[in-house]
Design a protein. Structure first.
Length: 133
């Protein structure tokens, strides 16, 4: 054990780099309330599932696929979108924050998995790998 006066003080550069990476890459896109137009399509599919009590099997609202057979494979997340939307004024914020947190969790799992698979790789290598991915 090192004497108290020889110990490093402050936050290691690697921890700062990782925090900056997640702040700049992982959070901005999903944290902006509903900027992706596809979100509203998912909300509509979720509302259909909630209102009818079944998974949609026919496209009833798109221009190109009107009336065509379709099965919502992501119906669970669509229902979560619709439930979040139904929260009223805070709904869009709840959805945005929820998805931002999911993105951070996903990137953290990738970070951990890369570290386990390549234990000798440094933090810079992991950042480059995640950013490229």
């Amino acid at each position: 054990m090192q004497p108290a006066d020889e110990r490093r003080r402050g936050i290691p550069a690697s921890a700062v780099a990782v925090a900056v990476f997640f702040a700049l890459v992982a959070l901005p896109r999903p944290a902006i309330p509903l900027i992706d137009g596809d979100v509203y399509w998912h909300i509509r599919a979720g509302e259909t599932a909630l209102d009818t009590g079944s998974i949609p099997k026919t496209d009833t609202w798109s221009i190109v696929g009107q009336g065509m057979r379709w099965t919502s494979q992501d119906w669970g997340s669509n229902v979560l979108h619709a439930l979040g939307w139904r929260l009223g004024e805070i709904g869009p914020s709840v959805l945005s924050i929820g998805w931002a947190l999911l993105v951070v969790v996903a990137l953290a799992l990738l970070w951990w998995g890369f570290k386990r698979r390549h234990p000798n790789a440094g933090w810079l290598g992991r950042i480059v790998w995640l950013a490229a991915g």
